[in-house]
Design a protein around this ligand. Structure first.
Ligand code: CA
Length: 246
C-alpha cells in the first residue's frame, strides 16, 4: 500500500483527506477533496473521512451487504457535513468529493461522489472505474467535447454532485472483481488535472512498488505545476485471500 498527499505548489493548505484502514477482513480506502471558503474545505473532507470510519466501526458487525454498508457510511458522512454547514456560518456551502473502495476478498466495492477517481491497473492497461460528476464529463458523455478538450476545459472544476452540499447526495456504486497483481488507484483531481490517463499509464508501466508509485505520481503532478492538492492511494492486490498488500 502506498499513500501520498501533498499540498502542491500553489495552494496555501491541503484540503484533501484520506484514510486506509483494515476493518475485520476488509480494507477500506478513501480519498476526499474538500471545497469551501477559508478552512471549510479541509473541515469537510476530514469530516467525511471521520464519519465514514465512525459508521464502519459502529455497524460493521451487523452488516451482511457490504455494498449497502459502504453507501450508508457515505450517506451518514453526507448528513454530518450538511448539518455542520447548516449550523455554522463559516462552513456554509462546504462540501467534498469522496471516492471509496472497500476491498473484501477478491472484490472491490466502490462508492463515489464528485471528481476524485478510482482506477484499476491490470496487465499493463489502465481502466477508469469512476465517472466524474462534473460538467465536462457530462459534455463528454453527450459527445459535445473530446477527451482532450475535457482535460483542458476551463470549467473542468465545476462539480455537479458533491457530498455535504445537500441533505441527500447521489452515490455511484460499483463492484469490481480483482485479480492478483492488480493495482487499485484512488486519487484526487490534483493528479488528473495535471496528467492525462495516457501519462498516468506511462508512469504505471514503470512497475514501481505502491509506496514508490504514490510518491512518483504526486511528484509528476507537481512537476507539471502542482496547481492543486494531490492525494494518491495505490494498493496492490496480493496473493489469494490476502486482499490488499499493506
Ligand atoms: Ca482538488
Amino acid at each position: 500500500m502506498g499513500v501520498y498527499s501533498h499540498t502542491g505548489l500553489l495552494r496555501p493548505n491541503n484540503e484533501d483527506a484520506y484514510c486506509h484502514c483494515q476493518l475485520s477482513s476488509m480494507n477500506l480506502l478513501v480519498v476526499a477533496d474538500g471545497m469551501g471558503g477559508h478552512k471549510a474545505g479541509e473541515v469537510a473532507s476530514q469530516l467525511a473521512i471521520d464519519r465514514i470510519k465512525e459508521y464502519f466501526e459502529e455497524h460493521l458487525l451487523e452488516a451482511f451487504d457490504v455494498q449497502e454498508l459502504l453507501a450508508q457510511a457515505l450517506l451518514f458522512a453526507n448528513r454530518g457535513i450538511y448539518e455542520q454547514a447548516a449550523d455554522n456560518l463559516e462552513f456554509a456551502g462546504m462540501g467534498t468529493t469522496v471516492t471509496a473502495a472497500l476491498v473484501k476478498g477478491k472484490k472491490a466495492y466502490l462508492a463515489h461522489i464528485g471528481d476524485s477517481r478510482a482506477y484499476l491497473y491490470r496487465h499493463g492497461e489502465l481502466f477508469r472505474l469512476t465517472a466524474d460528476h462534473n460538467l465536462v464529463q457530462q459534455m463528454l458523455s453527450n459527445g459535445e467535447i473530446t477527451e482532450d478538450e475535457a482535460y483542458r476545459h476551463p470549467q473542468r472544476n465545476l462539480l455537479l454532485n458533491a457530498m455535504g452540499t445537500a441533505s441527500k447526495c447521489e452515490i455511484d456504486e460499483d463492484m469490481v472483481e480483482l485479480q492478483e497483481g492488480d493495482l487499485l488507484l484512488l486519487c484526487t483531481d490534483g493528479l488528473t488535472s495535471m496528467l492525462t490517463d495516457d501519462e498516468l499509464l506511462v508512469i504505471l508501466q514503470e512497475n514501481l512498488n505502491p509506496e514508490q508509485l504514490a510518491v512518483r505520481l504526486v511528484d509528476a503532478a507537481n512537476d507539471r505545476g502542482g496547481q492543486d492538492n494531490t492525494t494518491v492511494i495505490a494498493a496492490l492486490v496480493t496473493a489469494e485471500g490476502q486482499e490488499v498488500g499493506m
